[in-house]
Design a protein around this ligand. Structure first.
Ligand SMILES: *[C@@H]1O[C@H](CO)[C@@H](O)[C@H](O)[C@H]1NC(C)=O
Ligand SMILES: *[C@@H]1O[C@H](CO)[C@@H](O)[C@H](O)[C@H]1NC(C)=O
Ligand SMILES: *[C@@H]1O[C@H](CO)[C@@H](O)[C@H](O)[C@H]1NC(C)=O
Ligand SMILES: *[C@@H]1O[C@H](CO)[C@@H](O)[C@H](O)[C@H]1NC(C)=O
Ligand SMILES: *[C@@H]1O[C@H](CO)[C@@H](O)[C@H](O)[C@H]1NC(C)=O
Ligand SMILES: *[C@@H]1O[C@H](CO)[C@@H](O)[C@H](O)[C@H]1NC(C)=O
Ligand SMILES: *[C@@H]1O[C@H](CO)[C@@H](O)[C@H](O)[C@H]1NC(C)=O
Ligand SMILES: *[C@@H]1O[C@H](CO)[C@@H](O)[C@H](O)[C@H]1NC(C)=O
Ligand SMILES: *[C@@H]1O[C@H](CO)[C@@H](O)[C@H](O)[C@H]1NC(C)=O
Length: 442
């Protein structure tokens, strides 16, 4: 017992020494008596808060992946965190009350997963949408009571959930899209009756749902993409008897749907990504012939579909995200050999794919989120044998993956939402313990 106490005491000494170094700012480069000379809103801090000392200000910056620099004001104890400040470091104002600190590459703390409030109910195959006021709306899915019509709101400022209005219909494998006016459009999906053609709108200011026009066909496992003019393009999916190649457009001002041509291939469990040039890229998926390696583009200005380069591997239940450089990163999913560890990049300028680094494990039913500093966070999923609690980061500049801290809970078929403060909120999903009501933040 005595020797254990001594060990703990030594450990405490080591931690204090490391924190002590932070106080001397060995792990951030210091510009004393200076602050940024902000000439426009692009250089405002992304967050400011009061904290007791400069060390806490540094630690918060080092743990937030999108923090590049911090300024601590001694008289007010105000800590300001800045994102990309590259152009501002030659543009400082003298201020004897302020110390400005820049991140030194490689010294950032590994971000932790922190547990946050639980949802009222365990659910998977639900949707999560970040609302204009920063709250996250979780809708439907499947849970212990069967398919769900319920919805709940996560408030990132308090870390708590409140239930909000119920949809008129229980559903899972539906879509949810935040419209330009802040309402959320939920379309289709499936329940015990079969696939659905109905759609409903959530109004965040009243917390209530109203039904809107029905789609022309039943759809589940489809995609929904917001176009630059505010219309919503839904495409593909299945209708209970067939895989669909059809697409349709929702006009938010009339609440009605019109058909929008057909893809070259019917596909469900595919991805849809909006490119910088306004085109929408559709990749992979599943149909009655098998898993798909094909990809196609929708052009909103002409209303036409064209095929583009094929991926090297056929995959469905994969994920895709658009990177800051305009490329689209497709990750994992399931193919002919089961769950996949591979990833590929689509170049919109050439219309071609290149394979990039492999993840450390194969993943299906995972999530993919672009972080504010450009890396891509992939979480959890299933590898064909186990539910995963691991997470990894893709670095576009090197084309490589690094593992990051594991989540507190293994989860597949969960959601990942990027919050306004840059954190990523994971909700629900399932593992061999059943449906999850828990949520965690990265
Ligand atoms: C704001 O200032 C930064 C740094 O001086 C500059 O790079 C950027 O172009 C400016 N943005 C606008 C909108 O003026
Ligand atoms: C959240 O739910 C999990 C079980 O899903 C439970 O272990 C945990 O104690 C709950 N946390 C809170 C704060 O209620
Ligand atoms: C929402 O539906 C659930 C059952 O699905 C029910 O228990 C709950 O009372 C309903 N809430 C409201 C506000 O109607
Ligand atoms: C966003 O709006 C909803 C509905 O009005 C409200 O319940 C929630 O607290 C708001 N969230 C924030 C972060 O203010
Ligand atoms: C599903 O779509 C196919 C092809 O469009 C159509 O023939 C069939 O009737 C549809 N089934 C249902 C249940 O709507
Ligand atoms: C947004 O637009 C839809 C469709 O026109 C409308 O039904 C809804 O009430 C609007 N929402 C808000 C918050 O104004
Ligand atoms: C938005 O764009 C789509 C696709 O080009 C078009 O069909 C639709 O009419 C447009 N909607 C509005 C409201 O202009
Ligand atoms: C892409 O793959 C599809 C079948 O999956 C095939 O029909 C098509 O010819 C391929 N296209 C190219 C450019 O290789
Ligand atoms: C990626 O993994 C696949 C098998 O899943 C393997 O065939 C391929 O050689 C790997 N690529 C690299 C660059 O390691």
């Amino acid at each position: 017992m005595a020797s254990r106490t001594v060990c703990l005491w030594f450990l405490f000494m080591i931690i204090t020494e490391v924190v002590g170094e932070n106080t001397q700012s060995i792990i951030m480069s210091l510009t004393p008596d200076s602050k940024y000379q902000c000439v426009n809103t692009t250089c405002l801090p992304f967050i400011s808060f009061i904290t007791s000392n400069i060390r806490n200000c540094q630690i918060v910056c080092l743990t937030q992946s999108h923090c590049r620099a911090a300024t601590f004001h001694r008289s007010t104890s105000n800590c300001e965190l800045f994102g990309d400040m590259l152009n501002q470091n030659e543009n400082m104002l003298t201020d004897v009350d302020a110390t400005t600190m820049n991140i030194i590459s490689g010294t950032r703390f590994q971000p932790e997963w922190t547990t946050t409030g639980n949802m009222s109910i365990g659910r998977y195959w639900h949707t999560a949408s970040t609302l204009v006021n920063e709250s996250v709306l979780v809708v439907g899915g499947s849970g212990n009571g069967g398919y769900l019509n319920s919805a709940e709101l996560y408030n990132p400022l308090t870390g708590t959930w409140t239930t909000t209005g119920n949809m008129s219909t229980v559903r899972y494998i539906h879509t949810a899209s935040v419209l330009a006016n802040g309402s959320v459009l939920v379309t289709g999906g499936q329940n015990s009756v079969g696939d659905l053609d109905n759609a409903e709108l959530y109004n965040p200011s009243t917390g209530t749902w109203t039904t809107t026009g029905n789609m022309n066909v039943l759809r589940a496992a489809h995609t929904a993409s917001i176009l630059a003019n505010g219309s919503v393009l839904v495409a593909g999916g299945h209708n209970g008897t067939s895989y669909l190649d059809s697409a349709e457009l929702y006009n938010p001002s009339t609440g009605t749907w019109i058909t929008a041509g057909s893809m070259s291939f019917a596909r469900a469990w595919h991805t849809a990504s909006t490119l910088a040039n306004g085109l929408v890229l559709f990749t992979g998926g599943d149909n009655s012939i098998g898993y798909l390696n094909s990809a196609e583009l929708y052009n909103p200005s002409t209303g036409t579909w064209t095929t583009t380069g094929n991926m090297s591997i056929a995959r469905y239940v994969h994920t895709a995200s658009t990177l800051a450089n305009g490329e689209v990163l497709v990750v994992g999913g399931s193919g002919n050999g089961g769950c996949l560890n591979s990833a590929e990049l689509y170049n919109p300028l050439t219309g071609t794919w290149t394979t990039t680094g492999n993840m450390s494990v194969a993943r299906c039913y995972h999530t993919e989120s672009t972080l504010s500093h450009g890396s891509v966070l992939v979480t959890g999923g299933y590898n064909g044998a186990s539910f995963l609690n691991s997470a990894e980061l893709y670095h576009p500049s090197t084309g490589t993956w690094t593992t990051t801290r594991s989540m507190n809970v293994a989860r597949e078929l969960h959601t990942a939402s990027t919050l306004v403060n840059g954190e990523v909120l994971l909700t629900g999903g399932s593992n061999n313990g059943g449906y999850l009501n828990s949520a965690e933040l990265y």
